[in-house]
Ligand binder design. Structure first.
Ligand code: PLP
Ligand code: COI
Length: 364
């Protein structure tokens, strides 16, 4: 069996059509445009990881019996490469994505990928497609994923997997840009239950969230916010983001990591940055009733959603089955904007990197 340190990532570059990033960034949307290359690697029980390569982006050939198509054995990550003002390229805490990818793989009974292979694969792709990385407000969203490739209809962990990384130049996740977002509070559908896959980044969690997200859209809201599955009482997270509540500028509250929400890397970074500002951060259960009361009393001054794709987005309006309420003045709050500026400054290499979060990519 091949060990990771022996794995070389072969390069098969494709003739590149020069990306017109100006045109792209005029109406980028999120995840609609892709770069020219991708990473592929294979894992089988007899050979372990092998055949790692960066190659021209192309459709994947997949057997109709491949178990991912039937039983959703798939995990993924979301991370970004940024272009600094001096044109150097950096990744933000990519080791955390590698670690979480393996934690997700464990939960889905999939093979772990050595962190160094994950990181090397991502870096090679970024290097080869570096011309696709927008400057200014844009970034290159990276999507590493792994799926069960064995053609087999019995229900057990597959014996053949594909690891792939694709990349997409992106602008703001929400159409409104920095405008505060609106949320629909879902009390029927749950995202994750204790003992389930809520803490893993697996495709099935997102498939299960789509009906609730569609309901949020029907209600005129940008995102759905899920409550816990047992009592439909405690705030968990959004369809694709964690959530924070700002209490009177002295403290932040965010739901705890109990296995039912994704341990966000942005969430962890905000906890650190807020702590460094002298704010108290409480990771504790926070109920929807408390949220509604705190918004009404003015104790809650701001709320925000955070994640790689969305960065930090102020929450302005909260709609629920019995009505709606506004958070603060309904706009993105002052602390939300400051924390966003600070985080983006580190991610784009503009601010001092005291915590060693930036990974600079050598140009060659
Ligand atoms: N929660 C969910 C369900 C997500 O999909 C994401 C995005 O990845 C997050 C939270 C935030 O995680 P991160 O900050 O690591 O991107
Ligand atoms: C991310 O932020 O990376 C995600 O995976 C969330 C998704 C809504 C795009």
């Amino acid at each position: 069996m091949t060990t990771t340190t022996e794995i070389q990532i072969e390069l098969h570059t494709s003739p590149t059509s020069q990306p017109d990033l100006n045109r792209l960034m005029e109406a980028p949307g999120f995840g609609k445009v892709f770069t020219d290359h991708m990473v592929l690697a294979r894992w089988t029980t007899d050979k372990g990881w092998h055949d790692a390569k960066v190659t021209a982006r192309r459709p994947l050939l997949i057997d109709p019996a491949a178990s991912v198509l039937h039983y959703a054995q798939e995990v993924f990550e979301g991370m970004k490469a940024y272009r600094a003002t001096d044109d150097r390229i950096l990744l933000f805490r990519p080791e955390e994505n590698a670690r979480r990818f393996n934690a997700s793989a464990d939960r889905l009974a999939m093979p772990r990928i050595p962190e160094e292979l994950f990181l090397k694969a991502v870096e090679q792709l970024v290097r080869i497609d570096r011309d696709w990385i927008p400057s200014g407000d844009g970034s290159l969203y990276l999507r590493p994923f792994m799926y069960a490739n064995e053609p087999f209809l019995g229900v057990r962990a597959a014996e053949d997997y594909v690891f792939c990384v694709i990349a997409s130049p992106v602008g703001a996740y929400f159409k409104g840009g920095a405008k505060a977002v609106s949320l629909w509070v879902e009390t029927g559908y749950a995202r994750a239950a204790a003992g389930g896959t809520g803490a893993a980044k697996c495709g099935g969690n997102y498939a299960a969230s789509l009906a609730a997200q569609a309901e949020a859209s029907r209600r005129g809201c940008d995102q759905v916010v899920f409550l816990d599955a047992a009592e439909h009482k405690w705030v968990e997270e959004l369809g694709g983001m964690n959530v924070f509540f700002v209490m009177g500028y002295g403290s932040l509250v965010t739901p705890p990591l109990g296995g039912t929400i994704l341990p966000g890397i942005t969430r962890a970074s905000i906890i650190t940055l807020a702590g460094e500002r002298g704010l108290r951060v409480e990771e504790r259960p926070y109920s929807f009733d408390e949220w509604r009361q705190d918004a009404a009393s003015g104790k809650l001054v701001e709320a925000f959603a955070c994640g790689t794709a969305a960065v930090l987005a102020g929450i302005g309006l909260v709609r629920h089955a019995d009505g709606e309420f506004v958070v603060g003045d309904g706009e993105t709050g002052k602390l939300t904007a400051e924390l966003r500026r600070e985080l983006v400054g580190i991610q784009k290499g503009l601010a001092e990197d005291k915590r060693d979060w930036a990974r600079w990519i050598a140009s060659d």
